[in-house]
Ligand binder design. Sequence first.
Ligand code: NDP
Length: 287
Amino acid sequence: MVTLPSVTLPGSETLPSIGLGTWRMGESASRRAADIAAVRSALDIGYRVIDTAEMYGEGGAETVVGQAIADALRVGTLNRSELFIVSKVYPQNASAAGVAAACERSLKRLGLDHLDAYLLHWRGAVPLAETVAGFESLRDRGRIRHWGVSNFDVDDLEELVGTSGGDRCAVNQIYYSLTQRGPAFDLLPWQAGRALPTMAYSPIDQGALVRSKPLLSLAERRGVTPAQLALAWLVDQPGVMAIPKAANELHQRENLEALAVSLDASDRAALDAAFAPPRRKSALAMI
Ligand code: NDP
């Protein structure tokens, strides 16, 4: 039996290594029905992890995700407990009281009574201790199951784990792809040492990687698509999962099927030759 890649959260819950991103969804009323249909098709195909944020479409993406989930739950094709829904709070809303209020607004738009993970979207001016206290209180009240961070480099994580309760962080969502390998130098080893999983965002560089000539030729040699090879490279790494955004159903299928693409040492070496691993520390890239 083939074991598909998964990541393990603190507490030993496992997640499939590919989820769906939703940035750029819910931004316009004229595309609303198409956006809902896109998330619904992803659920029907088998996506179980959905990443969204209060920022995306200023709540519009959460509304779209909520509608698609409600439709799927209504027809009985899926149970809420099978889903892992991630949302993110704006840094300016991340005070202890602000995070509680923002979470309630997100839950209302999503039509859910809890989030599976709630992340600080990026660091802002609010002290981390306040945000952690807000997250922990939401967790104690059952409004979120896990909390985490996004766009945190090693120094940010060091500060976080030095904060009371900061070691309960469940995930760091960062920009990590074949062209953005910087985190492999120090951030991923730091996270591996603490069993803190990585959620790779923009894993195909917002679509640009599928046009990369070296990737195209390596993918052709392996009989897979460039997006599949880019995703397979990510999820081949312990503790790393990816959340490609795809509205197109064919893209969604292709991306999920990347879970079954296994790499060997010669594939990894060919990818290293085309996309050089980092030799020194670089600042964490952000989109
Ligand atoms: P991605 O790297 O996921 O690329 C998305 C683009 O690639 C879309 O235009 C999509 O087209 C296209 N695409 C997807 N699959 C394929 C495929 N198989 N073949 C060809 N083209 C494809 O970029 P995102 O920036 O959207 O990142 C993914 C998610 O990560 C976001 O949606 C968001 O949820 C999260 N994110 C988090 C950030 C943070 O700060 N925490 C920052 C940025 C993103 P189409 O839609 O037409 O299928």
